[in-house]
Design a protein around this ligand. Structure first.
Ligand SMILES: [Mn+2]
Length: 323
């Protein structure tokens, strides 16, 4: 892999790096998972504020323990670092997307897993394109209250409301799976295959594991998949969603697949209440990082002595979800 060039490219980008995400004291060369913020906040049609999402998620992550009782492992075992937020040119959507693409590609080309914190959902598009250029046959799993499949919104092709349509064009309609959607227009739902629309979240991870096997997967989590009771601080809250516990379970299960990149988007702190949404997001990130970091695979972390889900890797056994 082009490790040296990729890291040079990464360090050449402009960063704002205040507090690190919980337990992410590592540096890029030693890390398998790389967290970064993409605070794009350009096309929100209802409530903006997602530019403050990554910083708030980091800030409130300090309330969590570094240890996950469910996964039986600590975030320190996950070989993870946090680069801080990309500095994006305000008002320049395409310029911002190019910077996000460069960052994502640098991380992926070096065999690492980027975990991007949005920002609005449009940030997913350049990150998917970057992953797709390295991993042919990439599958995108979008956890979102909305389908985000408009062809254009208010005359714009690049929008949080069109992002999964653009993603479909990039990786192929059949390779995009929508989990937990409960809001769409007739135009958005038209033509979508039954097997690509997994409205029942509790069955989604199991179905996807069977359907996708070892194919490379990009997981995009729009925090609005949660019911507004659990995530009021988001751009387009949609009643009737799942609980935090249900989302955490789904994320842990998805992490058992061949996830090569992921994001969590649309946390909008100005509309949050008592940091409910940001803390939920931080816990999702913690669980995703620990689950991904505990998994064996390319460029993988050493699992010696790490116990995951009560399974002892000293014995050389496989993760229960890999069995
Ligand atoms: Mn959404």
């Amino acid at each position: 892999m082009n490790m040296l060039r990729a890291e040079t490219e990464l360090y050449a980008l402009s960063w704002e790096s205040p507090r690190k995400f919980l337990g992410c004291a590592g540096l890029v060369p030693a890390s398998r998972i790389v967290i970064f913020g993409a605070p794009l906040d350009a096309t929100a049609s209802y409530r903006p504020g997602a530019r403050f999402g990554p910083a708030r998620i980091r800030e409130v992550s300090q309330v969590l323990e570094e240890f996950s009782p469910v996964l039986g492992a600590d975030i320190a075992s996950a070989n993870v670092c946090d680069l801080g937020d990309l500095v994006l040119p305000l008002g320049d959507v395409t310029g911002s997307l190019e910077i996000i693409a460069t960052c994502s590609r640098s991380i992926i080309e070096s065999g690492r897993i980027p975990l991007m914190l949005g920002g609005e959902h449009l940030v997913t598009l350049p990150a998917v394109r970057a992953a797709s250029s390295v991993y042919p046959g990439l599958v995108v799993v979008g956890l979102d209250a909305h389908l985000d499949r408009r062809d254009e919104y208010l005359g714009q092709k690049l929008s949080h409301a069109t992002v999964l349509r653009r993603v479909s064009e990039a990786v192929g309609e059949e390779n995009v799976f929508h989990v937990g959607a409960r809001s769409w227009t007739p135009v958005e739902i038209h033509g979508i295959r039954d097997q690509n629309a997994l409205f029942q979240v509790e069955k989604a991870a199991e179905l996807l594991a069977v359907e996708l096997g070892d194919r490379p997967v990009y997981v995009s989590i729009d925090i609005d998949i949660l019911d507004p009771a659990y995530a009021p601080g988001t751009g387009a809250p949609e009643p009737g969603g799942i609980t935090s516990a249900e989302l955490l379970g789904t994320v842990r299960a998805l992490a058992g697949m061949n996830v090569v990149a992921a994001d969590l988007v649309e946390v909008s702190p100005p509309y949050d209440s008592a940091d409910i949404t940001a803390i939920a997001a931080a816990k999702i990130v913690r669980e995703a990082v620990i689950a991904l970091g505990s998994r064996r695979g390319r460029g993988g972390a050493s699992l010696r002595g790490v116990r995951v889900g009560q399974h002892d890797f000293e014995s050389g056994g496989r993760h229960p979800r890999e069995a």
